[in-house]
Design a binder for this molecule. Structure first.
Ligand SMILES: Cc1cc2nc3c(=O)[nH]c(=O)nc-3n(C[C@H](O)[C@H](O)[C@H](O)COP(=O)(O)OP(=O)(O)OC[C@H]3O[C@@H](n4cnc5c(N)ncnc54)[C@H](O)[C@@H]3O)c2cc1C
Length: 386
């Protein structure tokens, strides 16, 4: 290794989720030294769908993943918003070719496992360490020491906490404070569309009930797999685990009286997972010296605009730009500039998402989908701190 190589800062990314992998992929492509530490023992294909809007696809494009995802994903004509019982159409967010021409990138609906696997393929396998649950961070004269639950430790010059809504890095940086349980739970699952009798699911539809909703869409081009995700009041149940099973009888009971199309989908569904929905108020800061937060670790939001992962991807792109601009120099300043560039947008999306009105009435989604993380001006950290 030559001297220039060995002087490059070593970045540690905590969490191999959507944001952490995207950042690691972008930094690796730029020739940076990066290592990802993930608490899980291996990658798991989770049964869920995910929407990737044009703002997210621009980041995935830079990672070289767009052709693969276009092959794997469903290309919806629209996101239809309908009244829960009558089926009346409230408003349609137009996707497909019209939206792609406007934003210069597609809107795709995919299996979350396909997205996650694609992101893994963008990171060198040797850069990811599994079964490394971060328990502590200590600043040293030469950087940061990471300590893991298995008793091991590692050194880095800078640390990015991409460790999700219950972020340990956030806790170390800003003190203990649990994210807020919204009182709503999401049931979600992917299952074969062949099981559904009498109807064809060929677009994305959100069925709006008085205090609950369900979103249903295909996750592959042949529409052989269908995903649904609910939001149902259940204030006593705040468990957030991918393995927590829901009860289909409970889901059917929660959607009694919903339109026949919803009933057909629910009747066909063999099993479901149940997931408590958490969020936070916007945080005042995400960066402190050589440590910074990214994605759900700093701006967890309700899934009602389908923008949580998209914003983690935007973060990854902007942070990679700030790091590149620092050119191995002042990383703490790069982190502050990242925070200053991103805070206002993510706070606006968090607060808009919380209202759960997106698409219920006529809106122009341009401010969300039109955002280009590669072109947005990078803020001056000092100006933002004043
Ligand atoms: C029901 C539902 C539907 C959604 N639908 C959409 C959608 O359609 N579109 C969209 O854009 N977003 C959607 N989201 C939001 C999206 O899932 C999240 O915003 C996104 O996963 C955040 O990515 P992240 O990388 O910040 O965190 P995560 O993806 O949660 O990744 C965090 C990673 O860190 C690891 N980790 C945690 N703690 C530690 C530790 N101490 N040490 C080491 N590793 C650790 C975890 O194991 C995990 O791998 C949805 C969310 C929900 C709940």
């Amino acid at each position: 290794m030559n001297a220039a190589m060995s002087n490059k800062p070593r970045f540690a990314v905590i969490g191999a989720g959507i944001g952490g992998l995207a950042l690691a992929g972008l930094l690796s492509r730029a020739g940076a030294k990066v290592r990802v530490y993930e608490q899980a023992a291996a990658f798991q294909r989770i049964g869920a769908g995910i929407q990737m809007g044009p703002n997210a696809m621009r980041v995935l494009r830079a990672l070289g993943l767009e052709p693969l995802l276009r092959r794997l994903a469903f290309y919806p004509p629209a996101w239809a918003n309908r009244v829960w019982d009558t089926g009346e159409f409230l408003f349609e967010l137009t996707y497909g070719a019209e939206s792609e021409a406007r934003y210069g990138a597609p809107y795709l609906l995919m299996h979350r496992g396909d997205l996650h696997a694609a992101l893994f393929s963008a990171v060198p396998a040797e850069a990811i360490a599994y079964q490394k649950k971060l328990v502590d961070l200590t600043r040293t004269a030469s950087g940061v020491t990471l300590r893991f639950a298995d008793g091991s430790s590692a050194e880095a010059d800078a640390v990015i906490g991409a460790d999700g809504v219950h972020s340990r890095v956030r806790e170390i940086l800003l003190g203990p404070e649990r994210p807020k349980f919204t009182g709503q739970v999401a049931h979600r699952t992917v299952f074969p569309s062949a099981l559904i009798k009498g109807i064809t699911v060929d677009t994305c539809t959100k069925w709006w009930g008085p205090d609950r909703h369900i979103v249903i869409y295909p996750v592959n081009p042949a529409r052989t797999e269908i995903y649904f995700v609910t939001s149902v009041p259940d204030p006593s149940w705040d468990v957030e685990s991918w393995s927590a099973k829901g009860d289909m009888a409970e889901v059917l009971a929660a959607f009694v009286g919903f339109h026949a199309e919803v009933q057909r989908v629910l009747e066909a569904c063999p099993q479901v997972n149940k997931w408590a929905l958490f969020e936070r108020d916007p945080l005042p800061r995400w960066a402190d010296g050589p440590v910074v937060l990214l994605g759900d670790a700093c701006h967890p939001m309700t899934p009602y605009m389908a923008q949580g992962a998209a914003n983690a991807l935007e973060d990854a792109a902007v942070l990679s730009r700030c790091i590149a601009a620092a050119d191995g120099g002042d990383i703490a300043d790069a982190f502050r500039r990242f925070e200053a560039t991103r805070l206002e947008r993510t706070a606006r999306i968090q607060l808009t998402s919380r209202q759960n009105t997106w698409g219920k009435e006529r809106i122009d989604p341009g401010w969300v989908y039109g955002y280009d993380a590669w072109a947005t001006p990078i803020a001056d950290a000092r100006a933002a701190a004043e």
